[in-house]
Design a protein. Structure first.
Lengths: 72, 466
């Protein structure tokens, strides 16, 4: 493995995180500074989140969260 | 910019790409790392970048002066450098504490005198970068390193972002030689780095955050209304929380530095498995305890001046170690308990080997002394700490916070202190055999699971306040 392939791994990890936790992306976009950047990012994050919900990619994240919520 | 956030993840990926794209161009690499470290620090308060820069340049100048001075004048330069570093730390961290204590003393003596308080914002990480500066000067004085000729070296040593705000405290003699040439990719260290980062994220985001929000914070805010079981669970819970919080930061800092090609020393080694207080301090915040040993305890005389002076030096070192954590009598008392405990332990046992049962009793006693002392560390006031400790001897009361989930979290976290470390290391080592797409997917899934397991939001790390 080289730094280049490790970088590809990180980018792929970021993509996987964005797919599995698209709600988190929306939350993060709301808090981005400066505000003008948040204004641009938020619609994109919401559209991405909508697409992930449509294909059911958020189910595993919600399942884990609900299971732990029940345990608490 | 906290480690367990997407903002930091994006920042780190950009830094990682930039740093390795520079290849063997060492000066450009160091300049980039200094620039991004100041950017990282500016996310808290940009004004303090100037303080960090001034402190670094002063230490750079002092380093050159100490290196060039004759044996006769060297000591004066070292004394001046240490005094300047401590004055900066003293002003920002201790000014109001000493003013308050002096005013109390004047009042007790019947003197009508009020020293003025100042509104001082504590620069994040000031205790850490001050200790880095002192380490640099003293290491030059002791001949362990030559003064850095290139200001970039000292700028990077003091401001390197993984350790800048909460350590570990990296010795100049450990870090500066690593800057002599561009590091080659430490690819055999990738599994260890990713393991440290993911385990650190889990400890902070899941264990420390749940214990803090659901148990420790509410009980410590109002110990009088908590039942006895809640108080005991909050006592153990805080021990686990502070370990998972602080060791998580250290783990992640070591992991991020490794991914950029630099090594930091280990900072924790399963401290709650310690069988004596001395053993505890060899395992807890190792970079601070060894710093205090080498730059305070030994210059005070260490164990060279006879029994009484050894005890005095031990106690003084721990009291000052307590004061380093914060300007409050609770921290001083916390340090004193450890200092007196270490002295008593030395008087009773010395270097004698103890048997299996002795070690078990030693573990039980050490763990509970450490946990009880943490109450002082956590409490805002002495009254609050005494109220909490008094409640531990109470009888019953309603259980409000100690759910089976939180008790399990405490028990499992403590059990992990004596778990099979080699087995875990072998499993983590297998990461290195994975192809990059599989590694990327696994890391992404692990991050999503950790995020799903933790409560919403990320609390600041406890050691940021120091």
């Amino acid at each position: 493995m080289t730094p280049r392939t490790l970088l590809y791994s990180f980018l792929l990890a970021a993509l996987a995180l964005g797919i599995l936790n698209s709600h988190g992306l929306v939350r993060w976009s709301r808090d981005v500074h400066p505000a003008w950047l948040a204004d641009r990012l938020l619609p994109l994050a919401e559209a991405w989140d909508g697409a992930m919900i449509a294909i059911g990619a958020d189910r595993s994240y919600i399942y884990v969260r609900n299971t732990l919520g029940a345990l608490r | 910019m906290l480690f367990p956030t997407l903002t930091y993840a994006l920042f780190f990926i950009a830094v990682f790409a930039g740093v390795w794209a520079l290849g063997d161009r060492n000066r450009a690499r160091k300049a980039l790392l200094v620039a991004v470290s100041y950017f990282f620090y500016a996310q808290w308060d940009a004004r303090f970048c100037l303080l960090l820069l001034a402190s670094t340049l002063a230490n750079y100048g002092f380093g050159l002066a100490v290196g060039a001075a004759s044996d006769r004048t060297k000591k004066h330069w070292v004394a001046a450098a240490v005094a300047v570093n401590l004055c900066v730390l003293g002003f920002f961290k201790y000014y109001n504490f000493f003013v308050e204590s002096a005013n109390d003393l004047f009042f007790q003596l019947g003197l009508v005198r009020e020293l003025p308080f100042l509104e001082i914002v504590l620069p994040v990480g000031i205790s850490f970068f001050t200790f880095h500066g002192i380490s640099y000067i003293v290491d030059i004085y002791r001949g362990k390193i030559a003064p850095a000729r290139d200001p970039l070296d000292i700028l990077l040593y003091i401001s390197f972002f993984p350790q800048l705000v909460a350590g570990p405290i990296v010795r100049a003699s450990f870090f500066l030689p690593q800057l002599a040439k561009a590091p080659s990719p430490i690819l055999d260290q990738v599994p260890r780095a990713l393991g440290l980062i993911l385990v650190g994220l889990f400890k902070k985001t899941v264990v420390a955050n749940y214990l803090a929000t659901d148990l420790v914070d509410p009980v410590f805010v109002d110990p009088a209304s908590a039942g006895t079981l809640d108080l005991w669970m909050a006592l153990y819970g805080y021990a686990v929380q502070i370990y998972c919080d602080f060791s998580a930061y250290s783990d992640m800092a070591i992991g991020f530095a490794l991914l950029l090609g630099y090594r930091f020393p280990d900072n924790f080694d399963r401290p709650y498995a310690a069988t004596s207080l001395q053993d505890f301090w060899r395992r807890w915040h190792i970079s601070l305890s060894s710093w205090l040993r080498d730059y305070l305890y030994i210059p005070l005389g260490g164990s060279r001046g006879g029994t009484i002076l050894t005890y005095r030096n031990l106690a003084l070192t721990m009291v000052l170690g307590g004061l380093w954590h914060g300007a409050s009598w609770t921290f001083i008392l916390w340090g004193s308990i450890h200092g007196v405990g270490l002295a008593i332990e030395r008087a009773l046992f010395g270097d004698r080997q103890i048997g299996r049962w002795g070690r078990l009793i030693g573990w039980f006693a050490t763990f509970h002394i450490v946990c009880l002392a943490w109450v002082l560390f956590r409490s805002q006031t002495m009254e609050g700490a005494l109220g909490f400790l008094g409640g531990l001897t109470g009888n019953g009361g309603e259980r409000l916070y100690s759910t089976p989930f939180l008790i399990s979290l405490i028990v499992l976290s403590l059990a992990a202190q004596v778990g099979p470390r080699e087995w875990v290391q072998t499993k983590v080592g297998r990461i290195g055999t994975l192809s990059w797409p599989v590694l990327g997917l696994l890391v992404g899934i692990a991050l999503a699971v950790i995020d799903a397991l933790g409560p919403e939001g990320v609390a600041p790390f406890i050691y940021f306040q120091f």
